[in-house]
Design a protein around this ligand. Structure first.
Ligand code: ATP
Length: 132
């Protein structure tokens, strides 16, 4: 089976680099499935799970936005944050979710709802990636 090199990088440094047979990601334009030999492209990512597949070793990564850059033999994911399930602090994500929910329910005018909505999405995504 052909593979491509997948490299996941955040402002804190590299998270993972390895060979995989397929990359599935949620771009803003919709679901993407990338196989070796894909035409070059760049796509903005949503707050979502990236799935990396190869025989006997698949990975899920919780990403908080960023970009996916595709070349025929390489996929680079540049994300604001990216965590493997083993790197996710479940208590922290639960607390972040509750905090965001409280902010969204508060009727205060000075609440930054967009910001709270994104925080909620990040927390739910981490809980989701951890839990599967
Ligand atoms: P919090 O409110 O708990 O800080 P957040 O969604 O605002 O959550 P981010 O700004 O997305 O956090 O991330 C800041 C840094 O903390 C990143 O390096 C990210 O990987 C890490 N991080 C955030 N939440 C978690 C978590 N639940 N488990 C592991 N790492 C986390």
């Amino acid at each position: 089976m052909k593979t491509l090199t997948v490299s996941v990088v955040t402002p804190d440094g590299p998270v993972l680099e390895d060979a995989f047979e397929m990359v599935s990601a949620k771009a803003e334009s919709g679901e993407l499935g990338i196989l070796p030999g894909h035409i070059p492209m760049v796509a903005p990512l949503t707050i979502s799970a990236v799935r990396l597949k190869k025989e006997g070793n698949s990975e899920r990564i919780a990403v908080s936005g960023g970009f996916l850059e595709v070349r025929p033999d390489k996929v680079t994911i540049l994300a604001q944050s990216a965590e493997l399930p083993s790197d996710i602090d479940i208590e922290r994500a639960r607390k972040a979710k509750e905090r965001a929910e409280r902010r969204l329910q508060s009727k205060q005018d000075d609440t930054d709802f967009k910001r709270a909505e994104y925080a909620l999405k990040r927390a739910i995504n981490r809980l989701d990636v951890y839990g599967k």
